[in-house]
Design a protein around this ligand. Structure first.
Ligand code: NAD
Length: 368
């Protein structure tokens, strides 16, 4: 019985890998620390895989596997469109049945296993893990990124992610209104966490009017206190239906789906959350409703650019300069979508495929 179940799981994994075009999936387990983890490497055409390590409650191994496969694929897209020479990878930690506690040993074990991939995969913080956790992992592996600045890393990525979203918003304003100014624009932010709060501050400095929502009300109140006349707080339900220039998802993914798409009353969607669209069909439906969609994996690439520059030992200024690229690339995506009458998602995906093909071709050159 047990054997049959294992056989089924193996078949399922290969079918999933084939469907998504994944190169490698590795399972890790360490008894004493309670670590159970999966690393997925989607595509290493551009270089070693790079992607965060997520630790959230998963209902099943299959759910964790689906998540790591989807997220690693997204990282390939993000690296390719952000023009950084890394591949797509991701790691997930699954709580075991007796609820895994975070501990230094757990993250040391993460470090050992990541090290065993011998540079094929770099990782750092993601949902449910912090830069401090990875101080322990870094004792066991040199393939750990995004450590706190006081520990020699490049620090919190949410600042550069927020900066990248701001660049994307300026480009979107330029495309829609002929001016990149955000002054007076009505911006509805869903999720006032690390990225959302920083972005709110940047937008207030630009003169935007904010409507904000978070399940954690005190986070919203902090922003409102910064500029009471320019910040309105609404409910997490109403925020998606709010009439505004830009709807900015900065909480969870999947917020645009076929059943709620008719409720949106924004002119554009542009935010940091990963996998905002439930599926590709949503991109076409948004286009039909003349809602401009800024592909999430491009707009939220600021943090990725920061850690990629950290691995390459470039300065923070270099990372900031490179993040400006989001502005130009997003305009390219919008123009391509308009020219070819395709969704912005398809336009971005085509740019990714073309880049992967071109680089793969160049790397066929024999080096002697
Ligand atoms: P975070 O956990 O700090 O913030 C998320 C916020 O969303 C929290 O304040 C939470 O209370 C709120 N929230 C949760 N459910 C909500 C709901 N239904 N309605 C309204 N608010 C809700 O996370 P973060 O680092 O700010 O990241 C935000 C998003 O951006 C995530 O999807 C993340 O994957 C993505 N992202 C983050 C980075 C980064 O550098 N931090 C980089 C790329 C992408």
């Amino acid at each position: 019985m047990e054997e049959n179940r294992n056989e089924y799981v193996m078949k399922d994994i290969f079918a999933c890998m084939e469907e998504g075009g994944h190169e490698q999936v590795t399972f890790f387990r360490h008894e004493k620390s309670g670590l159970r983890a999966i690393v997925a490497i989607h595509d290493s055409t551009l270089g070693p895989a790079l992607g965060g390590c997520r630790m959230i409650p998963y209902a099943s191994t299959q759910e964790a596997l689906d998540d790591v496969l989807q997220l690693s694929q997204g990282m390939t897209h993000k690296c390719a469109i952000a023009d950084v020479d890394f591949g797509g990878g991701k790691m997930v930690i699954l709580p075991d049945s007796s609820s895994t506690e975070k501990s230094p040993e757990l993250f040391r074990a993460v470090g050992r296993f990541v090290g065993s991939l011998q540079g094929r995969f770099f990782t750092g913080t993601d949902m449910g893990t912090s830069p401090e956790d990875f101080i322990h992992a870094a004792k066991e592996s040199k393939y750990i990124v995004g450590l706190p600045e006081y520990y020699g890393g490049s620090g919190d990525t949410s600042i550069s992610t927020a900066m990248g979203v701001l660049q994307g918003m300026r480009a979107t304003a330029q495309y829609m209104y002929g001016s990149e100014s955000l002054e007076g624009k009505v911006v509805a932010i869903q999720g006032i966490g690390k990225v959302g709060a920083r972005l709110a501050g940047l937008l207030l400095a630009e003169g935007a009017e904010l409507i904000i929502a978070d399940v954690h009300l005190p986070s919203c109140l902090i922003i409102q206190r910064m500029s009471p006349e320019s910040v309105e707080i609404t409910t997490t339900h109403k925020i998606l239906e709010t009439p505004c220039d830009f709807l900015v998802p900065c909480a969870r993914g999947g917020i645009v789906n076929t059943s709620n798409i008719h409720q949106f009353r924004c002119k554009a969607i542009i935010g940091s959350a990963n996998n905002q669209l439930e599926n590709d069909q949503c991109a076409d439906l948004l286009a039909e409703r003349e809602i401009l969609y800024a592909p999430d994996y491009l707009v939220n690439a600021g943090g990725l650019i920061q850690v990629a520059m950290e691995i390459l030992q470039k300065t923070k200024e270099c990372a900031e300069e490179k993040a400006r690229f989001i502005y130009d690339m997003l305009l390219q995506v919008y123009k391509r979508a308009e020219q070819h009458q395709i969704s912005t998602c398809q336009a971005a995906n085509e740019i990714v495929e073309e880049r992967l093909e071109k680089i793969a071709d160049i790397r066929r050159i024999y080096l002697g």
